[in-house]
Design a protein around this ligand. Structure first.
Ligand code: DAH
Length: 346
């Protein structure tokens, strides 16, 4: 049996010697050292030997397999390096080939407009509320009740607001004004925040209206805040955002959560105020609602209206982007037509 082992060893060594590639070595390993290889079949015969013989033959077999393993390994690393060099030589990279063009994505105009508006308000001392502080899936409590919206207000109709059928009193928020309540609940005045986000309305879609869009809510609560402060901040915002003077108008209005309330219109850029499809013939586009925070709203969140006052506003991001870039249809923002999106360089 020892002789048999030595013979196989001699044969295997000769094979290793003759090998010319790593795949030759793979075959040799398979032939001699694998489970079905020659050594293993000899090892299986060990059980018929005496104890003494078992020890001698067994240790010889182990010694030989180890020697062969080492020989194969050493040779393998030689081949490996050579084969790798040859491969690298063959696969030379042609650095004169033109690179593959991969187009760069651009920030969506709604995102860039939001960022721009946010940074203007930051420069005016407002801080950004993190989005998890004003959820899009909201309770009626924050979207309406706490904002002093009466139970029978038409905005609460299912024709206007999307209700969840998963839980009672849960809506897709119809306005970012819910952020005001969350802000006032989580912090004492002074509060000076802005909160951008998406809102949903059960609208008939047209050039000016989509059933979801984006708003930026602002809230400033402190001692001695007046309507003059509100006008000053919004005029300053419009001046910075549009660059040069744009005809704008402050129009008195009504919202349940502000008293007095106003809306701001900016002259339609598509028709220069003459009236067109985008502004439905009025010459103006409404861009925001605002007002002095209603006493009932302050009381609801436990802020004393005799000590504090404040203003709030909610602006439409799409409308502001349309007016800046002369976009005549709000639906363009959501069709994801590359020809439209690629025009916004940023
Ligand atoms: N939430 C109102 C809307 O979506 C806009 C608005 C009006 C927001 C007055 C305000 C505000 O913060 O004070 O139409």
């Amino acid at each position: 049996m020892q002789e048999k082992l030595n013979n196989i060893y001699a044969l295997a060594s000769a094979d290793i010697e003759k090998a010319t590639s790593s795949s030759d070595l793979d075959e040799i390993r398979l032939k001699y050292l694998s489970r079905k290889g020659e050594f293993n079949s000899i090892k299986k015969g060990l059980k018929d030997l005496s104890d003494e013989e078992k020890r001698v033959v067994g240790s010889l077999a182990n010694e030989i397999t180890q020697k062969l393993e080492t020989a194969i390994k050493t040779k393998y690393s030689e081949f490996y390096r050579k084969e790798l060099d040859a491969k690298l030589e063959k696969d030379r990279i042609d650095i004169t080939l033109p690179g593959q063009f991969s187009p760069r994505g651009k920030v969506h105009p709604i995102t860039s407009t939001t960022n721009e508006i946010v940074s203007i308000f930051q420069s005016l001392g407002f801080s950004l509320v993190s989005p998890d502080k004003s959820p899009e899936v909201e309770t009626e409590y924050y979207n309406f009740d706490m904002l002093n919206v009466p139970k029978d207000h038409p905005a609460r109709d299912v024709q206007d607001t999307f209700y969840s059928n998963l839980a009672q009193n849960v809506v897709l928020r119809s306005q970012t004004s819910n952020a005001q309540i969350h802000a006032m609940e989580s912090k004492n005045p002074p509060i000076k925040v802005i909160s951008p986000g998406r809102v949903y309305r059960n609208e008939n879609v047209n050039a000016r209206k989509n059933n979801f869009f984006h708003q930026i809510e602002g809230l400033y609560i402190d001692k001695d805040i007046t309507f003059g402060d509100l006008k000053g901040v919004l005029n300053e915002f419009i001046r910075i955002y549009f660059g040069s003077a744009r005809p704008t108008r402050f129009r008195s209005s009504f919202f349940p959560f502000t008293e007095p309330s106003a809306e701001v219109d900016v002259q339609c850029i598509m028709c220069q105020g003459k009236g067109c499809r985008t502004c439905s013939g009025t010459g103006w586009l409404e861009v925001l609602g605002c007002g002095m925070v209603d006493v009932n709203v302050l009381k609801g969140v436990g802020i004393d209206p005799d000590v504090y006052s404040g203003f709030a506003f909610g602006m439409g991001v799409e409308r502001l982007a349309m007016l800046k870039y002369a976009i005549d249809d709000i639906r363009l923002f959501f069709n994801n037509d590359k020809r439209f999106l690629e025009q916004f360089k940023n």
